[in-house]
Design a protein around this ligand. Structure first.
Ligand SMILES: C[S@@+](CC[C@H](N)C(=O)[O-])C[C@H]1O[C@@H](n2cnc3c(N)ncnc32)[C@H](O)[C@@H]1O
Length: 341
């Protein structure tokens, strides 16, 4: 899945953007996404008035808003007609589902609100919610309370992680393994890719109930119900036994307690798989993971090296780490036949 990163914008547009003011343009694009401008214009041409009616735009802002999108290279305009450029069709329609449109732009607005206290946070070391006197944000609780948000978040990741999942399936040799536990497996995107690639493999997606329901639907769509099941549970309460591969994808931070269980529960020769955009050992990469640190809920910035050390200290051996796809690290470790602890 591709993101509309700056390098994909026309040079003439980039040349006019001052990095300190780039956030204004970002906010306009986020508003366009939240109003679903590009979806309204998908495959059609509309007048400003018709767009204004459909999106409920005030006449004060209607033309400047649409013309700013033209200036950004996202819309085209002829006389009073507007339509999506090829770029907008690709990155805001073809490359993302409606879940992604809804969830990602919602997260951008939340991030923006959090950044309003950035300087206080930098000076005090407090998180944004502490400065504002709010309770610590808990996305898990929000998903439990709001099934629509659970669906948007989970299905956004289903699309966003397709590339990671395919890369993982080509990289991982599971020929000697039979049963995989996908810890906090979300939409099931990773299990589906691995089970498709390995005809002998069975997988279990462990997650909270609203997410499991969505994963089960994805599994049914791919006709893999005989080999992939879901299991409702809280990973903080322990992992089930009976699996010879334990996998953690994009679930930071992984506590030492969980890693220790991933070591103890499988039989000897059991495999642990970690997959995430871990920070480089010198702490400078990837940039978007660093940026997330200032707007997220405090997931931490584990480095690849720290994760390897954590696996070693649990007893795992034959540890391998490789960056296979974009900024994503795959780390594997094996539980030795004779325990080294
Ligand atoms: C960022 S998503 C990653 C999903 C999936 N592993 C993937 O790579 O697409 C994190 C997942 O962890 C699940 N999760 C977080 N804390 C959990 C807990 N205590 N028990 C069960 N699931 C949890 C969330 O519901 C969510 O589906």
């Amino acid at each position: 899945m591709e993101l509309p990163t700056l390098d994909k914008f026309p040079k003439r547009v980039l040349a006019k953007i001052d990095i300190q003011k780039a956030f204004v343009l970002s906010c306009l694009i986020i508003a366009a996404e939240r109003l679903q401008l590009f979806r309204v214009l998908h495959d059609k041409r509309m007048t400003a008035e018709a767009i204004g009616k459909s999106l409920k735009l005030h006449t004060l802002y209607r033309l400047p808003f649409l013309n700013a999108m033209v200036s950004l290279g996202l819309l085209q305009k002829q006389n009073d007609l507007y339509w999506n450029t090829r770029f907008a069709e690709q990155y805001f329609i073809e490359e993302r589902s409606i879940y992604w449109t809804r969830q990602y732009s919602r997260e951008c607005v939340i991030a923006y609100e959090r950044l309003t206290v950035l300087e206080q946070a930098l000076a005090s070391g407090k998180r944004h919610y502490q400065i504002k006197g709010f309770p610590k944000p808990d996305y898990l609780e929000r998903m439990k309370r709001n099934p629509r948000e659970a669906e948007d978040f989970t299905q956004m990741l289903f699309y966003l992680h397709q590339g990671d999942a395919e890369a993982l399936a080509s990289y991982l040799d599971l020929s000697q393994h039979r049963k995989l536990l996908d810890v906090a497996g979300g939409s099931g995107v990773m299990s589906i890719a691995l089970v498709k690639k390995n005809p002998h493999l069975h997988a279990c997606i462990l997650d909270i109930a609203p997410v499991c329901r969505i994963a089960a639907r994805n599994v049914r769509t791919t006709k893999l119900t005989r080999r992939i099941r879901t299991l409702t549970g809280d990973i903080q309460r322990g992992l089930p036994t009976g699996y010879d591969v334990i996998m953690f994808c994009d679930i930071r931070p992984i506590s030492m307690r969980l890693l220790q269980q991933a070591y103890e529960k499988p039989p000897p020769d059991g495999l642990v798989v970690l997959m995430d955009r871990y920070v480089s050992d010198d702490g400078t990469d990837p940039l978007d993971r660093l940026a997330e640190h200032f707007v997220g809920s405090g997931f931490g910035l584990a480095t690849r090296g720290q994760m390897i050390e954590a696996l070693k200290s649990c007893g795992f051996r034959r540890i391998k780490s490789k960056k296979i796809y974009q900024d994503v690290w795959f780390i594997t470790g094996v539980r030795p036949v004779v325990s080294s602890q």
